[in-house]
Design a protein around this ligand. Structure first.
Ligand SMILES: [Zn+2]
Length: 440
């Protein structure tokens, strides 16, 4: 190769003195481009104590995977000097500017990997980059940990606390969101009250103040309530719409399951003439908003609404609760929301449907917090959106879904971390002053 090509790649790789490309080897059959990089300087400062002009003791051969050049997989190779220091007596390897100590990837390659993992499942990103999944998981964890150390939480006042399970119904993780900045603040294993204590500590470690938390939006778990009361002493609790409406859906399902199991004759009399497909449509229709019903579901639900079944009453109760919440969203008046919720509670209590009587008792015992949640429209919408993003993060960890991996990928995607490596996908700027030109 001629000198100009080495000079071109020296600047394309962003290398600065004393580092320069000595040789470039292209293997078209193997789709590889290998760069030998060298440090020409005979005397270097000691990395351990800083003493200048120390002799190179020896050189250790190392390699790093770099961003592909065109269709070629690119590798850097260098004999990295170890400085034998006469001042401190130590022999220390110097750092290289293109890579973190101990990493077999260049910084740019790591930045590319992190950028891909924000949008792709990690397994897919690893496949595209032709590396092992494990190599990416290690780096995600490293960079997220470093970035979180510098994360500022000083202004956090409104939080959303939620649980999510790594596998269906097991292995729970507690997540805390900043509902103003719309970012994931904290994520930890478990769902007991101590998870809130852990959050309060983490908040303090990042410049935040647990007593400054004015509002906590959460589901109706007793553990979270205990945690918030103890560790976020000034927080007003509100129960978010998403969870309350979900409880009504569960109550409805409980009524239906019980009735279809124990009162088959009545169910047959009311719905026996429906085809199996129409029966399935009833099940789906019950869980959906009428505005989302298909034609088949609309017809099937017509039969349910006419039926004198507990299931039909349970469905009406659930729809009515949805409406109470929807009304509150539009009028946003505490007094009116409270009055409408009270009316619903009294209907539910008289319904002779045990799951709804129990739900009414629960809502009544947390009445103020439920009403607050009805009005807190902004955070409600965000809680639902975050829930969807959490599911995506879980899919991104498919095959490697340990709590540590899930927590790391959730921070990477939802944490709005400001100290992560910059994506190498920055748009090219037009040629201008300062751009090195090389004639080939
Ligand atoms: Zn030294």
């Amino acid at each position: 190769m001629n000198v100009q090509i080495e000079a071109l790649f020296t600047s394309a790789l962003g290398l600065q003195a004393p580092w320069a490309v000595r040789d470039v080897r292209l293997d078209t059959a193997k789709h590889r481009l290998d760069f030998d990089v060298e440090c020409k300087q005979p005397l270097l400062a000691c990395p351990a104590c800083g003493a200048s002009s120390q002799k190179v003791h020896d050189r250790l051969s190392r390699s790093w995977r770099h961003l592909d050049f065109f269709q070629y997989e690119a590798w850097l190779h260098a004999e990295v000097p170890r400085v034998g220091c006469t001042a401190c007596g130590k022999t220390t390897q110097i750092g290289v500017p293109w890579s973190r100590e101990g990493s077999g990837f260049t910084l740019l390659f790591e930045a590319l990997a992190l950028t891909l993992c924000r949008d792709l499942p990690v397994r897919q990103a690893a496949k595209n980059l032709r590396v092992r999944d494990k190599q990416l998981w290690r780096r995600i964890e490293h960079y997220v940990t470093e970035a979180r150390k510098k994360q500022d939480m000083a202004k956090v006042q409104i939080v959303g606390i939620d649980e999510t399970s790594l596998r269906r119904g097991q292995h729970y993780v507690t997540v805390v969101h900043d509902l103003d900045a719309k970012r994931l603040l904290f994520c930890t294993e478990g769902r007991d009250h101590q998870t809130i204590q852990a959050f309060a500590k983490d908040l303090q470690a990042h410049g935040g103040e647990p007593t400054a938390i004015a509002h906590a939006c959460m589901d109706m778990s007793a553990a979270y309530l205990r945690g918030a009361t103890t560790y976020l002493p000034n927080a007003l609790v509100s129960y978010d719409r998403f969870h309350v409406v979900k409880l009504a859906g569960e109550a409805m399902d409980a009524v239906r399951t019980e009735e279809w199991k124990t009162e088959q004759a009545r169910v047959e009399a009311a719905l026996g003439h429906l085809t199996p497909k129409q029966r399935r449509s009833v099940l789906w229709g019950m869980r959906r908003n009428p505005s989302g019903w298909s034609k088949t579901q609309t017809e099937a639900m017509h039969w349910l609404q006419r039926a004198n079944l507990k299931t039909a009453r349970a469905w009406r109760l659930r729809m009515a609760l949805r409406e109470v919440f929807a009304n509150a969203r539009s009028h946003n008046q505490a007094a009116q929301a409270g009055a409408e919720l009270k009316a619903w509670l009294s209907w539910a209590r008289r319904s002779r449907l045990d799951p709804f009587k129990r739900l009414a008792a629960t809502l009544k015992s947390h009445f103020d917090s439920v009403v607050r949640g009805m009005l807190d429209h902004r955070s409600n919408a965000f809680v639902e959106a975050m829930n969807g993003l959490m599911q995506q993060a879980k899919r991104a960890a498919r095959g490697f879904r340990t709590a540590a991996n899930f927590i790391a990928i959730a921070y990477l995607r939802l944490g709005k971390l400001t100290h992560l490596p910059v994506s190498p996908f920055v748009p090219a700027t037009a040629p201008s002053a300062g751009v090195a030109r090389h004639r080939m």
